[in-house]
Design a protein around this ligand. Structure first.
Ligand code: CMP
Length: 384
């Protein structure tokens, strides 16, 4: 599997397990491009996008309007034809799928779009049941009614099952649309601003339902949203800018790394924004036990943060061990700050995962505050 996107913070042991178990991604995009219009009016809206989403993951897709989010979502949802590149959704390669397969695939997807498109003459239950009738033609009507009511209960509308859209508030209608998108137990849910019209409590109910479906039934969920009240539900946030995936960050990992950076004395004066930028630029580098990450006397090119594992700092011809560093500790800053050669060697004592930052980005981060830089230089003397 080739490395997707420009993402950096992708270290997640569960991913490794998944790949080791041979688990296939629910969605995999390779060099996906898309254009609107023809001839001179042809305009490119997606550029070379790579993306991999595993079953049971909840992805939040963000980005300014016009960034290509909705196009990407509709391509994944098979509502548009793939023009260039590869897109595999639930094991079907969309760039070469037959129409019959496409229909089958659509039944495994739940669509929740902002425009509710509910039928005015039908009750909430009947509106939801329509989705079941389409997904499971010939199924028992009684069973389908029952399941539709249960789904309405799950989104907090148990008391409104017989109401028609006109008798429902905007938020209630939106919840009917959500129930309709989920009732046929899709393997993949595509939701465009599902919570925008909802108050805090109903929004939570919906988000909790998403989480439950993802964790208990391995449903993959992609949510396009600007609603930052629900960011915490995401396993990953994919940010699109100008038709390209700009960053693809595992939320928990980003939080862990930011906390590690905050605890480093070296960065204690950085603004949260600079820290976040720095976290975004870190590169994940795994090392086996006994690897020499830094050699004494060498030229400094990177700064390192220990994500997991342990390293020994060795100095002199005897390679005397002068320090042991572990999770959350950092090294390799001195040569970058002083321009001197590396003043010690650093060797891993266990299998270790490091995050590295290039010299350029390290300098950029710390030179943001001149006084802060002076302070760092002074504090370096403590470590000589
Ligand atoms: P640098 O000189 O760039 O490369 C070797 C690194 O080892 C050095 O930066 C420090 O990060 C680290 N190091 C050197 N001496 C010590 C020490 N006494 N305690 C902890 N780390 C050290």
């Amino acid at each position: 599997m080739t490395a997707p996107t420009t993402n950096t913070l992708r270290y997640d042991p569960s991913w490794r397990e998944r790949l080791a178990q041979g688990q296939l991604p629910a969605i995999s995009a390779r060099k996906l491009q898309h254009y609107y219009g023809t001839g001179e009016l042809r305009k490119q809206v997606l550029y070379d996008n790579n993306l991999e989403i595993f079953p049971g993951e909840i992805i939040i897709m963000t980005g300014p309007s016009g960034s290509g989010k909705t196009t990407l979502l509709t391509l994944i949802g098979t509502l548009r034809r793939v023009q260039e590149g590869e897109l595999v959704v639930l094991d079907r390669p969309l760039h070469q799928v037959s129409n019959a397969d496409l229909l089958k695939l659509r039944r495994e997807i739940g669509f929740i779009f902002q425009a509710h498109n509910l039928f005015d003459s039908l009750s909430a239950t009947q509106n939801v049941r329509m989705a079941l009738e389409l997904a499971e033609p010939g199924g028992s009507r009684r069973d389908q009614t029952q399941r539709s009511k249960e789904m309405l209960e799950k989104v907090g509308l148990g008391q409104r099952t017989g109401h028609k859209p006109k008798q429902l508030s905007g938020g209630q209608k939106q919840r009917v649309a959500i129930a309709r998108g989920l009732v046929h137990k899709p393997r993949l849910v595509l939701a465009d601003e599902p919570t925008a019209a909802l108050d805090e409590l109903s929004g939570r109910t919906v988000v909790d339902l998403f989480r439950k479906m993802a964790k208990e039934e391995n449903v993959t969920i992609i949510i396009v949203t600007h609603d930052n009240r629900i960011l915490d539900v995401a396993d990953r946030i994919v940010n699109l800018v100008d038709g390209s995936i700009r960053s693809d960050v595992l939320v928990q990992e980003a939080a862990i790394v930011s906390q590690m950076l905050v605890k480093c004395d070296l960065f204690k004066h950085l603004t949260p924004r600079s820290l976040a930028e720095m976290a975004d630029r870190l590169q994940h580098e795994p090392f086996e036990t006994g690897a020499e990450v830094i050699r004494e006397g060498g030229v400094g090119d990177k700064f390192y943060l220990i994500r997991q594992g342990e390293v020994a700092v060795l100095r002199g011809s005897e390679r005397e061990q002068i320090a042991t560093l572990g999770e959350g500790d950092f090294f390799g800053e001195m040569a970058l700050l002083t321009g001197h050669p590396r003043n010690a060697s650093v060797v891993t004592l266990k299998d270790t995962v490091l995050y590295s930052l290039s010299q350029e980005h390290f300098q950029q981060a710390i030179s943001e505050q001149a006084s802060f830089e002076t302070e760092i230089r002074n504090s370096l003397f403590d470590r000589q």
